[in-house]
Each structure stands twice: as C-alpha cells, then as structure tokens.
Design a protein around this ligand. Structure first.
Ligand code: C5P
Length: 205
C-alpha cells in the first residue's frame, strides 16, 4: 500500500512557512498545498462582489491561478472571509482529503495541525517577529514594484495577525504537539534544514 504521511506547517504571515513547506515537499517527494491560496481566492471573489460563502462553495482550480492573489489587498480580504464559519466549513473536506492522499502531503496554513489534520504525523509552527516578517514582505513587494512603505506593511501584518489569532473559529495558534521554529534569526536554508531535521526521524519509525 502506498504510504500516507502528513506534515502540517502553520504560522503567521511571512514567517517562511510557505518556503519551508515547499522545500519539505520537495525533499520528501510529497505533494504540497498552500491552503492560504484557498482563502485568498475566496477573498478575491469577495472583492469583486461575490458572497464569500457562495464563493467558497463554488471554487474552481482556475480561481487559484494568477499573481493577483498574492497582493496585500487580497491578503486582507482573505483574512476577513476566513473568520466566516461557512467559508471554513466549505474548504474543509478538500483540505482533509489532500492531507490523506497516498504518497504524502505537506499543507501550510493557520489551522492545519489544530483543525484540518490534528492526526498529522509531523506538526511545525513557523514564526518570526512581526518586524522581521514585515521586512521580508516589504522586500518582496518592493521587488515587484508595489507602491507601499515598510510601516504600512508592518501595520498590515499586525492587523492580519490579530484577526487570525482572535477569531472564534480555528484561530491561529500552535498545536500542543507542534514543534516551533522561530526564523527571526535564521537564514532560510537553516530554517529548511531545521524543519527537515524535525521530520526526518518521524519518517523512519
Ligand atoms: O497564508 P496566507 O497569508 O496566504 O493566508 C491568507 C489568509 O488566509 C490568512 O491571513 C488567514 O486569515 C487565512 N487562512 C486561514 N487558514 C488557513 C490558511 C489561511 O484562515 N489554513
């Protein structure tokens, strides 16, 4: 039988969890799902006037394409629709089946280790100080030519953290059995190596 093995990677915006999740998937030959993209796609539709619950129930693979989803406006819209229980419920079963797919899966998001896949084989919580995360996000946006300031990016990061942590349904927090990786002082290669070092021993049990 083909193995199932699930790695949950949670954490706040711009902590490095997406990069770490991708690298883990590549290292172990697993499939990767960026679950934030689902909420971003719903947020983007909501910005166009579609009811968020309806948007979450009718998402298509095509809705997940496009660079537009990566911008700060869509990020804020995503965290606003992510507080709506009907939206979270509509996105649940797709994420759960992805987590259990044969051949292994890495999912990154906010509630993977706590709600989507509490039985995940490995759980990481990737974090960093808000200032460091804002610096990284600002550098990314500036490289794309976006008109924003570091202060604005920091304010956005903090606003999103607060909304994600304070919501009633599936708030952002580490699972009790998650291993925390703080990337504030870590180069990305070292953060990836730390994540692999956490997961590797769990694989050979
Ligand atoms: O990870 P990313 O920054 O793309 O996520 C955008 C927003 O989607 C987050 O701020 C959060 O509100 C929401 N989200 C969530 N649960 C997840 C993934 C993302 O609530 N599993």
């Amino acid at each position: 039988m083909t193995e199932t093995f699930t790695i949950a990677v949670d954490g706040p915006a711009a902590a490095g969890k997406g990069t770490i999740a991708k690298a883990l998937a590549e290292h172990f030959g697993f499939a990767h799902l960026d679950t934030g993209l689902l909420y971003r796609a719903v947020g983007a539709k909501h910005l166009l006037g579609v009811d968020p619950a309806k948007a979450s129930q009718t998402l298509t693979a095509e809705d997940l394409q496009g660079d537009d989803l990566r911008g700060p406006e869509v990020a804020q819209a995503a965290s606003k629709v992510a507080v709506i229980p009907e939206v979270r419920a509509a996105l649940l079963s797709f994420q759960r089946s992805f987590a259990c797919r044969a051949g292994g899966a890495v999912l990154d998001g906010r509630d993977i280790g706590t709600v989507i896949c509490p039985q995940a084989n490995a759980k990481l919580f990737v974090t960093a100080s808000p200032e460091t995360r804002a610096d990284r996000r600002f550098a990314e946006l500036a490289a794309k030519g976006a008109a924003t300031s570091r202060a604005q990016v920091l304010a956005d990061v903090k606003e999103r953290d607060e909304r994600d942590q304070d919501r009633v349904e599936a708030p952002l927090k580490p699972a009790e059995d998650a291993i925390v990786i703080d990337t504030t002082e870590l180069a990305i290669d070292d953060a990836i190596a730390a994540a692999i070092a956490v997961v590797e021993p769990l694989r050979v049990r």
